[in-house]
Design a binder for this molecule. Structure first.
Ligand code: ADP
Ligand code: ZN
Length: 735
């Protein structure tokens, strides 16, 4: 439905969904004299509190009007459009989330319930200060990197990592000025008529197909496939241009880590202005502004992390999900949802286009493209002359590798050759910390977290043991906590920090940099380091999976995968798919260098004949996906069958086990719908933060009405106090 169709008007009595975390639901209130409209946001009294509510329709109760409490205030926000409400309702139904919780996700503008206070913001005003300091430079950098954004002085100081006096100093120096903030201001208009890059044949064909679909005005989903660097971004920016020309808004979702200044610069180069930005790093001021401007249609393009999908856009015509296979699109907290799947749902309701871009699509999207449900567009070559790296396996069974060392002689000499040529090497190991296990050589005890069913991981730089489940840390002890013997604790196995130690011993003159999320106190520090690496300021990069995502290191010509077997071991049916995606992405970092042919990727493995390793080496991606799809189909697993995970948790094991058995004993509604129940069984991590966790898995044929069967099954059973029950439809892992 287009925005011209106005929501209805309800005098006197209104049904209002009360947006609280408790299950209050929908209540009747007395509307103000001027009425309220469907989709409008209001403040209503609830007991002694005032809470945000959303007008659903006309009141229905037949009790006395005089007994109704009145709406306290109508909020100054665009009413939610009927199609947006339909999306939220269907998303709630799909994910089995109570509607008020889903509506709360869509009302995440800060201070929605408070009138905007008079705010002071900082704007550029004059020349650089006579006296420049590092702190002052950081402040100016933040402003330069967020062109057009407005910051309160404290927000600016915080983003720059300096004290507020530094900002005030720049104001005194006349470089910046502090002014009264204008009311939430529209974003600068993007100009789609500026020229894009001249496209090659594949790009042009893909761009034409997308533009035609957008002009058609209906719904459709396209899988845009092409290796990293093949020019997918250029293609979908042309789709954005067409969407803007049609007068509609566009949304580009990126994995959070890829939300870089570099991407915003590209948008600016193409359209002459920056898009709206939505992710955890933006200020409250920007968050509020973007939320309102999305609703008023005063921001043409939003670039954001997964939750941007719940912005109240006025007229959204295109959603791009870049790196659509990325695990960070799945939220597994409070509301469990996949932003990729919800993007398709929202677009199908709106009559909008979805572009799923990836070099290594999820098996779900691959199968949907193969069956014709999605359109598929391929970019066959890397843009320009570059080609994929040469892939080889290093058979660790044949290498002379003493214990305590992980870089094989073959890989080491390849690294040495790169150093000699002034090129970079990347050593990839998807494990944070120094060693995954710390064991006592006297009694065999492995040091574990007190409150989780997880081992403590040694982080040598912090000089602490860290639980990767709950984040608890403690000093590395001298004596074994179990047998008290001193000096016998030993790290087992490698993490990136240990590889860095080996690199330092083997290549003492080389400059090495570790890229691991835990070693950076802010997203900004990480981005700075990535920029330094791209400038060539390191010889050897040692990284976890954060290196796999879209960073471009021009001098990188060798990728060494320290343990290609790591992801293959789990019993999870998705292990092969994930390993394949990750190793492909990492290998793709190795670029071609003039006069020396393509980059090289080397996989250290004990099982060079494993199907995944062979698929990566041969480059036969389609054969891999087809084989993987056939294997899943044979056992009725997603996407050929459906799964849902129910996680129950409670501090007391007996309480949670009893309730799980009770639910399992009453599972007839599931069987009636053709679904089966597996479990109860301990969840993959059986205890987190002191809560025992039990999982029930529901497996259903593709066509079954799984969600309503689960709802019917769970409804009559009241969980004991303090028991948490979460439902995860289409879980990421199906161990
Ligand atoms: P992908 O999104 O597939 O990783 P990009 O769109 O980022 O690929 O393209 C990779 C690089 O090639 C970028 O620097 C981009 O600007 C450049 N590029 C892509 N297509 C063209 C083109 N048609 N003309 C000029 N440069 C291009
Ligand atoms: Zn823990």
């Amino acid at each position: 439905m287009r925005p011209d169709s106005l929501p209805e008007f309800f005098p006197a009595r209104a049904r209002i969904a009360v947006l609280t975390t408790e299950p209050v639901g929908v209540l009747d209130y007395l509307a103000p004299d001027e009425g309220v409209r469907q989709g409008q946001l209001v403040l209503v009294p609830l007991g002694p509190r005032r809470v945000i509510g959303l007008v659903r329709g006309a009141g229905q109760g037949d009790f006395d009007l005089a007994k109704l409490r009145p709406v306290a205030k109508v909020l100054k926000a665009e009413p939610f459009r009927p199609e947006f409400l339909e999306f939220l309702t269907r998303a709630a139904d799909y994910t089995l989330t109570p509607l008020p919780l889903m509506l709360r996700m869509a009302t995440r503008a800060p201070d929605l319930d408070r009138p905007p206070a008079a705010r002071r913001i900082i704007v550029p005003a004059g020349d650089p200060p006579a006296r420049m300091t590092e702190a002052r430079q950081r402040v100016l950098d933040v402003i330069a990197n967020h062109g057009g954004a407005s910051f309160a002085p404290s927000e600016l100081a915080q983003l720059a990592g300096v004290g507020t006096p530094v900002v005030k100093g720049l104001v005194s120096a006349g470089t910046l000025a502090e002014i009264q903030a204008p009311r939430d201001t529209p974003y600068p208009r993007l100009d789609p008529s500026l020229p894009g890059k001249p496209l090659d044949a594949d790009q042009q064909a893909a761009s034409d197909a997308l533009q035609t679909a957008i002009r058609g005005g209906g719904y459709g989903t396209t899988l845009l496939r092409g290796v990293t660097g093949s020019g997918k971004t250029e293609v979908y920016l042309e789709a954005v241009a067409e969407c803007l020309r049609a007068g509609r808004q566009a949304l580009v979702l990126l994995p959070e880590i890829a939300l870089s200044a570099e991407f915003l610069d590209r948008v600016e180069a193409r359209f002459g202005a920056r898009p709206g930005e939505w992710h955890s790093g933006i200020t409250r001021t920007e968050r509020r502004r973007l939320w309102h401007m999305a609703g008023q249609g005063e921001v043409g393009l939003v670039v954001g992390a997964r939750s941007a999908l719940f912005l109240p856009f006025r007229d959204l015509g295109l959603i791009v999900v870049d790196e659509e296979h990325d695990g960070s699109y799945k939220q597994e907290d409070v509301v469990f949802y996949s932003a990729r799947d919800m993007a398709v749902l929202r677009a199908s309701i709106l009559g909008a286009q979805v572009v799923l871009a990836s070099a290594t699509p999820s098996l779900e999207s691959w199968v949907n493209a193969a069956s014709g449900k999605y359109r598929r567009l391929d970019l066959r070559s890397r843009y320009g002359a570059a080609e994929l790296p040469d892939m080889t396996a290093i058979d660790l069974r044949a290498e002379d590798l003493p214990s305590g060392r992980w870089i094989s002689p073959t890989l080491a000499s390849a690294v040495a050759a790169r150093i000699a040529r002034g090129q970079q090497s990347l050593l990839f190991l998807n494990r944070r910390g120094f060693a995954p296990v710390t064991v006592c050589r006297a009694c065999g005890e492995q040091i574990a977290c007190h409150q989780c069913d997880a081992r403590m991981v040694e982080h040598r730089f912090q000089n602490r043991l860290v639980c990767h489940q709950c984040g608890e840390t403690r000093p590395i002890p001298d004596a074994c906590p179990s047998c008290q013997v001193e000096g016998k604790l030993a790290p087992i196995g490698p993490g990136v920090e240990r590889i860095a130690e080996e690199v330092a011993a083997r290549f003492p003159d080389a400059k090495a940099t570790i890229l691991s999320s835990d070693l950076f106190h802010s997203a900004r520090a990480l981005k700075d380091t990535i920029a330094q690496i791209a400038d060539g300021d390191t010889d050897i990069i040692i990284g976890t999976q954060i290196v796999a995502k879209g960073h471009n290191f021009p001098r990188l010509s060798l990728v060494g995968v320290i343990d290609a077997d790591l992801g293959l071991q789990g019993a999870d049916l998705r292990a092969a798919e994930r390993s394949f995606q990750l190793m492909r992405q990492v290998a793709g970092r190795a670029g071609r260098h003039a006069g020396e042919g393509p980059g090289v990727a080397m996989l250290q493995t004990h099982q060079p004949d494993h199907a995944v390793i062979r698929a990566i080496l041969s480059g036969e991606d389609e054969a891999f996906w087809n084989a993987e799809a056939a294997a899943r189909q044979a056992v009725g697993m997603p996407p050929f069958g459906r799964l849902a995970g129910i996680i129950l948790s409670h501090p007391d094991l007996a309480t949670v086990s009893d309730f799980a058995r009770h639910l399992a004993a009453h599972a007839q509604p599931l069987r009636d719908a053709g679904a089966e129940l597996w479990g109860p069984a301990p969840a993959p991590i059986a205890r987190i933060r002191g809560r025992h966790r039990i999982r029930l898995l529901i497996h259903a044929p593709r066509q079954a009405a799984m969600q309503s069967a689960i709802a019917d099954w769970l409804a009559p059973h009241k969980p004991p106090a303090n028991l948490r029950l979460s439902v995860d439809i289409d879980p990421q892992s199906f161990l």
